[in-house]
Design a protein around this ligand. Structure first.
Ligand code: NAD
Ligand code: ZN
Ligand code: ZN
Length: 367
């Protein structure tokens, strides 16, 4: 079928919204009609050419929500008419990682997905007979996409599509970092470094887990105001003195849980140093630049601090994204402040510009 999609033709160039071909879903795959899709830093990072593993041409986009239109052979977990959230982090429920409660890093389709292909090693997207690759296995800057069923989370049909799309990436990453990776405990003191989409999700996750004190650190007053709306009890401007201030306000010990959501290794270091002696857990969600390293004084570990990373918030997508979406439907998450701009597919490059200016949290494409 002919569809419109935003193609990254060449790194460093604006996306080209154009007509392309999309083949029917094969066995284990589904055709999804996109209803909404967020514009994220990861799309821009790849578009810029800074990502060494990037490829072109490809249709970008990974924060999608839509409706299943048709399914290929053997598909049992979704049927036409289901509302789904697209998962760049799939859940096959069969691999050794999916069977373990300790990780969400499904192994089923990683290799082909990283190369921009569907699990059988081919593309459904093409133009004039030439394949176009599937970015992150999702390619949701398009009217339709074909994805493996293991990468589709079936969510409540009542979820508004633009809200559902937020759960495809940053929001679930932040919520999950607090709820599933760190498993914040009731009464805890938490510090969240960086209050973009991921950090704000972590704030909400800390609140839902019953944290008593949620200190947020960012450079932007606007974002700190949003953090207060999600449950932050203290909002501080970032800088070199933050660790000393955390220690001072916690009897010299540090916070029970710290979260890093900036992608800056210097801030990751602060998050480690602000964690409590004895049991403080630092959860790193930010993605550092290629080749960068994190400096940790080993004594901090010997004296009981722990550091862990969190990919997609440790969320097992097919099982847990629907649960997170339900939290919003139950009124326990306030999602409206996250959507700052609504744009059309043709305006996707403006979405990138808004993000570069740090104007709002998310621009969401409505189809
Ligand atoms: N782990 C995952 O699966 C996953 C998923 C999505 C995004 N990410 C990563 O998470 C990070 C955050 O994503 P985002 O979309 O929220 O980004 P964002 O750019 O919207 O937010 C980052 C925030 O950090 C703040 N900041 C900058 N310098 C700071 C400092 N010195 N101290 C405190 N705050 C500071 C900025 O003002 C900004 O508000 C990125 O690195 C992104 O790549 C990871
Ligand atoms: Zn994203
Ligand atoms: Zn798996």
């Amino acid at each position: 079928m002919k569809i419109r999609g935003a193609v990254l033709e060449e790194f460093g160039q604006p996306l080209h919204v154009t007509e392309i071909d999309l083949a029917e879903p094969c066995d284990g795959e589904a055709l999804v009609r996109l209803e909404a899709c967020g514009v994220c830093h990861t799309d821009l990072y790849t578009a810029s050419g800074a990502d060494p593993s990037g490829y072109a041409p490809t249709v970008l986009g990974h924060e999608g929500a839509g409706i299943v239109e048709r399914v290929g052979g053997g598909v049992t977990s979704v049927v036409p008419g289901d509302r789904v959230v697209t998962l760049f982090s799939p859940q096959c429920r069969e691999c050794v990682h999916c069977r373990s409660p300790q990780t969400n890093l499904c192994l089923a389709i990683r290799e082909q997905q990283n190369r921009g292909y569907l699990p059988d090693g081919t593309a459904r997207l093409s133009r004039d007979g030439e394949p176009i690759r599937h970015f992150m296995g999702t390619s949701t800057f398009a009217e339709y996409t074909v994805m493996p069923e293991i990468a589709l989370a079936k969510v409540s049909p009542e979820a508004p599509p633009e809200h559902a799309a937020l759960f495809a990436c940053g929001l679930s990453t932040g919520l999950g970092a607090a709820m599933y990776t760190a498993r914040v405990t009731a009464g805890a003191t938490c510090v969240v470094f960086g209050t973009g989409m991921v950090g704000l999700g972590a704030v909400a996750g800390c609140r839902l887990r019953g944290a008593e004190r949620i200190i947020c650190v960012d450079m932007s007053q606007e974002r700190l105001a949003l953090a207060r709306g999600q449950g932050a009890t203290d909002t501080w401007t970032g800088g070199p003195d933050v660790v000393a201030r955390v220690l001072q306000e916690t009897g010299g010990f540090g916070a029970d849980f710290t979260f890093e959501a900036t992608g800056l290794v210097a801030v990751m270091r602060q998050a480690v140093e602000a964690a409590r002696m004895g049991w403080g857990l630092c959860t790193v969600a930010g993605v550092a630049g290629k080749g960068e390293t994190l400096d940790i004084i080993p004594r901090l570990l010997i004296t009981g601090r722990r550091v862990c990373g969190s990919s997609f918030g440790g969320v097992k997508g097919r099982d847990q994204v629907p649960e997170l979406v339900q939290l919003a439907l139950d009124g326990r998450l306030d999602l409206a402040p996250f959507i700052s701009h609504r744009i059309s597919l043709d305006e996707v490059n403006q979405g990138f510009e808004l993000m570069e200016r740090q104007d709002g949290i998310r621009s969401v494409i409505s189809f």
